[in-house]
Every structure is written in structure tokens, then in C-alpha cells.
Design a protein around this ligand. Structure first.
Ligand SMILES: Cc1ncc(COP(=O)(O)O)c(C=O)c1O
Length: 297
């Protein structure tokens, strides 16, 4: 399928306080963020013209930057406002929102104390992360070669660009074998998450999910835990060893991009797309709809 390269889409990108034409949103090749991964970003989705949990995402962007030792020169309210204005300017109601902040090009080297902190937001149309037909059948995951690092090795609570190097490697390896994605263990060998989404399992009507102590505690993860509790499901956050997958009946991923995506396979383990996964898929779809749209129904 031929698709338009991302640097050739239409519309505007918000960059350091201004709306610039999409094609003109450029940075210099000697950008610290490019060479040393001193960048943090967010992934958000707009539904029916409203960005779901926008302020939570913007606060996490600020926190990710703080963990990496820099301060974004725009407040949470300013970034929220820029996201909302850009969504309208792009003429989109259902869309993906990508804010990013990075160290600029004033100094070149590991140390970059005086580099300008830049911030940009791009918004584009992006329907489903996984193939929609495959999603209903449950996607297939490989076991990743790389593991989520010890929090003493990398700032695992920051949504930092550098942490995605092992995700891209793992996802590429999985895709080359025909899988949709890969499940990553953590540095201790415990089940952690997929390359861009959190993971849940179901056994005997109870939902089990790993404790997010060395990976992102996703905004979708927390939303889905709330939705599950609202339905009266028991949710247990605990250490999960990979061998336990043998006894789990259902598995699903959660993430802004993935939403709620059932999983049919993880390496040698098999799951069915069961009622709990389906119910939470539905509940999440309803939850992300703007409140005013629901009130008008
Ligand atoms: C590595 C990783 N884990 C988990 C998530 C899920 O986070 P959220 O639900 O906040 O999108 C994401 C997506 O941002 C991710 O990239």
C-alpha cells in the first residue's frame, strides 16, 4: 500500500509557539535530540473533536521532560490550548496527536546544558494501530529479545525517545516473522508490556496485569482498570512470570494507539478473544467519546 510520507502531509504543525506549514516544520541535522535521544513525547487520540485525557498526557509530557533534566518552556495549559487549536486547524475530529519536546542544536556533545528546549505538536489522521480485522480475531505477539531496563539503568518512568530503541528493534524482529508485535519481559524476567502498549490477562474471571514499576503506567491502562472495576471485575496488579501465560485464558493490550486490542498468541501460548476483553473493548470505545456528544444523545 503506497502511503504519503509523514513529512509530506497537509496542514500545519505547532512549533515553539507558532503554527508553521507542515512541510516547513524542520530542524537542523545537528540537533541534540537526534544524536543523543534527548527527547520526550506523547501519543494522544482525539475522538469526535476532543482529545481524550489531554491534560493527563500534557502533564506526563512535562514530567517526562523533568525526569530527563529539562523544562518545557510552555505550560501545561499552553500546550493543551495549542493541541486543541491545532486539531481544529487540521479540520480533524478523529485523529492522533503527537506532542514532542527536545534539546536543540546550540551545543553538540553529550553535555547540552545550554541547548534550547523545543516543543512541537503534529496531528494527523490515524484510524487503527493494528489491522482492524486482525484486531477482532486477536493479534499475534512474539516474545521480544530485549527486556525493559532496570529503573537504575534507564529513566523508565519517562516517555523518552531513547527508550523506544529496544521497542523498534523488538517490533521489527516480530514483524519480520509475521507477528503484529512483541511482548517484552523486564530486566528480572517478569512479563512487562508490548512495544507500545500495556498487557492484561484473564483467568477464571479475574484480570491480572503486571505492576508498572519499570515501564509506563499507561493512561489507557489506568482507564481500563477503572472500567473493569466499574463492571465489577476483580483486577490484580502483581508480578507475572512468563510461564504463567500457559494458564491464562484471555490476553489483551491497552494503549492510546492500540486502544483495547485482544491477543490470540504470545510465543507458544494461546488465548481466546473472550467476553471480558470484548466488554472492555466496548466500554473503552464508549468512554473515549466526548461527554457533550453523549449528553446530546
Ligand atoms: C512502551 C509503551 N507502554 C505503554 C503505553 C501505553 O500508554 P498510554 O495508555 O498512556 O498510551 C505506550 C503508549 O504510549 C507505550 O509506548
Amino acid at each position: 500500500m503506497a502511503s504519503v510520507p509523514f513529512d509530506q502531509l497537509d496542514g500545519f504543525i505547532w512549533m515553539n509557539g507558532e503554527f508553521v506549514k507542515w512541510a516547513d516544520a524542520k530542524i537542523h541535522v545537528l540537533t541534540h535530540g537526534l544524536h543523543y535521544a534527548s527527547a520526550v513525547f506523547e501519543g494522544e487520540r482525539a475522538y469526535g473533536g476532543e482529545i481524550f485525557k489531554l491534560t493527563e498526557h500534557t502533564e506526563r509530557l512535562h514530567e517526562s521532560a523533568r525526569i530527563l533534566g529539562f523544562k518545557i518552556p510552555f505550560s501545561v495549559a499552553e500546550i493543551d490550548d495549542a493541541c486543541r487549536t491545532l486539531l481544529k486547524k487540521q479540520g480533524l475530529a478523529d485523529a492522533y496527536v503527537r506532542p514532542i519536546a527536545w534539546r536543540g542544536s546550540e551545543m553538540m556533545g553529550v553535555s547540552a546544558q545550554n541547548n534550547r528546549i523545543n516543543c512541537a505538536i503534529a496531528i494527523w489522521q490515524w484510524p487503527s494501530y493494528f489491522d482492524p480485522a486482525q484486531k477482532l480475531k486477536g493479534i499475534r505477539l512474539d516474545m521480544a529479545e530485549y527486556r525493559r531496563p532496570d529503573p537504575r539503568t534507564a529513566p523508565s518512568k519517562s516517555k523518552a525517545a531513547g527508550l523506544y530503541m529496544i521497542c523498534t528493534l523488538s517490533k521489527h524482529a516480530a514483524e519480520s516473522k509475521g507477528y503484529a508485535d512483541a511482548l517484552m519481559l523486564d530486566w528480572r524476567g517478569q512479563v512487562a508490556e508490548a512495544t507500545g502498549a500495556n498487557v492484561f490477562f484473564v483467568k477464571d474471571g479475574v484480570i491480572h496485569t503486571p505492576k508498572p514499576d519499570c515501564f509506563l503506567d499507561g493512561i489507557t491502562r489506568r482507564t481500563v482498570i477503572d472500567l473493569a472495576k466499574r463492571r465489577g471485575y476483580e483486577v490484580v496488579e502483581r508480578v507475572i512470570m512468563p510461564e504463567e501465560m500457559e494458564g491464562f485464558e484471555q490476553c489483551f493490550l491497552t494503549g492510546t494507539a492500540a486502544e483495547v486490542t485482544p491477543v490470540s498468541e504470545v510465543g507458544p501460548y494461546r488465548f481466546t478473544v473472550g467476553e471480558i476483553a470484548k466488554n472492555l473493548m466496548e466500554d473503552y470505545s464508549a468512554e473515549v467519546q466526548p461527554r457533550h456528544a453523549m449528553a446530546a444523545e
